[in-house]
Design a protein around this ligand. Structure first.
Ligand code: CTP
Length: 462
């Protein structure tokens, strides 16, 4: 028999081959021959069974997601991502690169996914059980989170030198990646070139976000999108539910406003924009053509939505007026009620020995009220009421005063953790009465609200 020359294997693969050969009492060459003999024998393979999906009735229910975890510090967030996907009824099958295993263990990923974790292109067991080609094709979506700069480069170049890159290359399924890396790497021309290439190859990208890096003192664009934002992007790609809002236009405001005092200081509030952004994405998922008018936030623009960024309440009103008329308006932004009267063009200086300067305030325009009483008012106008006391009474008063069809009332007392947090408990206050919803994450509130809007919109139109 001709001899076998082993070349072009990376050190890690060589090492695992060496260990395997030693375990089986064979030479490396005999071990390779043995492996080849076994893998070329026709395998009696059953279709791989996906793990039991979690509960949930959203667009992800019953969907199979192959989650590729590559080696970055953000890999720890992938564990939460698995949980969030399963909560919504998806099955998750994790694939981990060697680098990912430096950050989290296959045991943790497998326990959360309730499935085995695939790691090795040359694993006899894995190949007989499922095979990388079927791993690549069996899913509804291939999701890479986090996607490192190196992995994006491999994707752009079509490398297939480990299980994860081979799956991506061999896949004919939709692919979504959530990049995560240092901001300098993110801005590097080579990375941006590779990103353009993968986008051109029809790969969808979610994030990254701006913020603090794991490395101390580093901040900028490069943090992996939050698990719920990745879930939203995946949902958008996989959603095959009916789209009752097709042909309708919607305006959503979201986030805080920043009201300048001078060129370096401003008045702001704690709104993160999570709820408004999620509502925009869910309305888009139901087929509406959505424009999101967002104040300054650190979360990524939602998928499938056109986003206009503004700073102050007056800019937000201008942007909203430009978009009217529209069919639906959902005003979620935590608009500052007041701005500094007479913004200073220069930085206000401390005057030693003098009292602090007074901060005079002027009232901002009320955007919801303007839209609710507009000449060509949208058919459905929805407002929010963020309250710390007398929730229902205050919401009823706002319904009336602002000309809304219904108000989503939420208690934002500090102990609720709603402001900036991921969960929300709302009541729907309308002329018909008050409907209480259980506590849910903001994504689920958004999904249910979008359904409610679609239902009310259709009733109003009937
Ligand atoms: N809103 C707005 N423009 C403003 C203030 C609020 O469009 N200048 C909208 C918000 O987007 C939300 C609703 O009005 O949909 C209620 O916001 P909230 O801050 O709870 O109410 P306020 O009108 O500010 O009343 P108050 O401060 O007295 O609670």
């Amino acid at each position: 028999m001709a001899s076998i020359t082993i070349r072009n294997l990376d050190d890690a693969t060589k090492q695992s081959l060496r260990e395997r050969a030693a375990r089986n009492g064979r030479s490396m060459e005999e071990e390779v021959r043995h492996l080849l003999r076994e893998t070329s024998a026709p395998a009696a393979v059953d279709e791989p069974t996906w793990p039991e999906p979690g509960g949930g009735d959203a667009a992800l229910a019953g969907k199979q997601i192959l989650l590729i975890i590559t080696g970055g510090i953000a890999a720890y967030k992938s564990l939460d991502l698995i949980r969030r996907l399963r909560e919504r009824g998806a099955s998750v099958r994790p694939v981990m690169t060697r680098g990912a295993m430096e950050f989290i263990t296959p045991l943790a990923a497998g326990a959360l996914a309730a499935d085995r974790v695939f790691t090795d292109l040359f694993s006899r067991e894995d190949e007989q059980d499922v095979g990388h080609i079927r791993l690549a094709r069996g899913a509804d979506l291939v999701l890479v989170a986090p996607a490192t700069a190196d992995f994006i480069a491999k994707m752009a170049q079509g490398h297939a030198d480990d299980l994860a890159s081979t799956i991506v290359l061999a896949s004919d399924r939709p692919i979504l990646i959530a990049p995560a890396m240092n901001p300098v790497m993110w801005n590097a021309p080579a990375l941006q070139r590779n990103l353009r290439q993968v986008r051109e190859d029809d790969v969808q990208v979610v994030g990254p976000m701006r913020g603090e890096m794991a490395e101390s003192g580093e901040a900028g664009l490069g943090r992996m999108a939050e698990p719920l934002d990745i879930v939203a992007a995946a949902t958008h790609m996989l959603d095959d539910r009916p789209r009752p809002l097709t042909g309708k236009t919607a305006i959503v405001t979201s986030g805080p406003t920043h009201e300048p005092i001078d060129p370096v200081r401003y008045i702001a509030n704690r709104s993160s924009g999570k709820q408004g952004h999620a509502i925009a994405a869910e309305l888009a998922a139901l087929g509406a053509s959505v424009t999101l008018v967002s104040g300054p936030v650190t979360i990524p623009d939602p998928h499938g939505v056109s986003t206009v960024r503004v700073e102050s309440a007056r800019e937000m009103l201008d942007a909203v007026e430009q978009l009217l008329p529209a069919d639906i308006a959902v005003m979620v932004a935590a608009v500052a009620d007041w701005r500094a009267a007479g913004e200073s063009g220069e930085k206000i200086k401390k005057k030693p020995g003098k009292a602090p300067p007074p901060l005079k305030l002027a009232e901002n325009p009320d955007i919801l009220k303007t839209v609710g009483h507009y000449g060509k008012r949208p058919s459905l106008v929805v407002g929010f009421a963020a309250e710390t006391q007398n929730l229902i009474d205050n919401a009823r008063a706002k319904l009336e005063r602002k000309g809304a069809d219904f108000i989503v009332a939420n208690d934002v007392s500090p102990e609720t953790g709603v402001m900036g947090g991921d969960r929300n408990r709302v009541r729907i206050v309308s002329a018909k009465g008050v409907e209480e919803w259980p506590e849910m994450d903001k994504q689920s509130v958004a999904a249910r609200l979008a359904q409610e809007i679609a239902a009310r919109f259709q009733t109003a139109m009937a």
